[in-house]
Design a protein. Structure first.
Length: 142
């Protein structure tokens, strides 16, 4: 099993997977007050990967977490970048996602996100907190 994991580890993770892991860790901390050392996130091909969490903390009403992106053998300028996500509960039922420093804004059509919006997949936000209930939602900022 260790040999399989070492082989898979060389592939690294995407920036989106790192952001999703940071957001999930922040949600876990927000809802349970537990500081996860790692979280498991799904991939588009159905694999579930465990991503180490570098740290979690409170920032006012937000819970925040950081994950370090690992690109494996893939040359990526973001290899080693720290990806941060901060979340808080608000009234309502939708998950609202906001970008921050280093997050791009969509400038052309063709993505699942509209022009002028943060270049963050809505799909990630949907699976993060399916159990929050109908009376609460999250605000997620990176």
């Amino acid at each position: 099993m260790a040999a399989v994991m070492n082989t898979l580890r060389r592939f690294g993770i995407t920036t989106g997977a790192a952001a999703a892991a940071a957001a999930k860790a922040a949600v876990v901390f927000l809802l349970t007050n537990e500081r996860p050392g790692a979280v498991v996130v799904p991939t588009p091909i159905g694999l579930r990967i465990e991503v180490p969490v570098e740290g979690v903390w409170r920032d006012g009403e937000y819970s925040c977490a950081e994950v370090r992106k690992f690109s494996g053998d893939n040359p990526d300028v973001l290899d080693g970048a720290v990806i941060r996500a901060c979340v808080r509960v608000v009234e309502g039922t939708e998950v609202r996602v906001f970008g921050g420093r280093g997050v791009g804004v969509v400038t052309r059509s063709g993505l699942r996100v509209g022009v002028g919006e943060w270049a963050i997949s809505r799909r990630r936000g949907v699976w993060l907190c399916p159990r929050l209930g109908r009376s609460r939602a999250l605000v997620w900022r990176s």
